[in-house]
Design a protein around this ligand. Structure first.
Ligand code: CU
Length: 161
């Protein structure tokens, strides 16, 4: 299951790179990449639906695929960047975002859902934590100070331990 999701992610990345070569079958690859991305989003949505049917979703009673390792990796939200912008962790590690800026921020996923924090819960001094239970590359951004691709953006790379 988690391996399949990781493979889809890897394929999307590979196909995305292949498109940069502008090969003869560019259009086909583009369509295939979009198809894979759609399948990935669908799998994320079904996982989120399963999580939301749990009355304790978002708390410690969320049923993780793997046991948390207990390792906490900090990401600091400043005005207006995430530091470090890219973190690489293992499955089961926790990322702890802390707003040490003077401004309010948020943490929104570029694709899918299931984690992230809205402005109201991420004021200066606030913290937000999430344990990553699946390998993959998870991009996020602050919608107040960035877009999906530029500005206040970040990436969590989760590798199988
Ligand atoms: Cu921000």
């Amino acid at each position: 299951m988690t391996r399949a999701v990781g493979s889809v992610l890897a394929l999307v990345v590979l196909l995305g790179l292949a498109c940069a070569d502008d090969g003869n079958d560019h259009a086909y690859r583009q369509r295939r990449a979009e198809q894979l991305a759609a399948e990935f989003r669908a799998s994320q949505e079904s996982a989120a639906a399963a999580a939301s049917s749990d009355p304790g979703a978002g708390t410690t009673s969320e049923t993780p695929v793997v046991e948390p390792t207990g390792l906490v990796v900090p990401v600091i939200a400043l005005d207006n960047t995430f530091r470090p912008e890219i973190v690489e962790i293992s499955v089961g590690d926790e990322v702890l975002w802390e707003n040490r800026g003077m401004n309010e921020h948020n943490v929104l996923r570029v694709e899918g859902d299931g984690w992230g924090v809205e402005v109201d819960d991420f004021q200066p001094g606030d913290v937000y934590a999430h344990v990553f239970t699946e390998p993959g590359e998870f991009r996020y951004f602050c919608s107040i100070h960035g877009t999906e691709d530029v500005g206040m953006i970040g990436t969590v790379i989760v590798v199988s331990s």
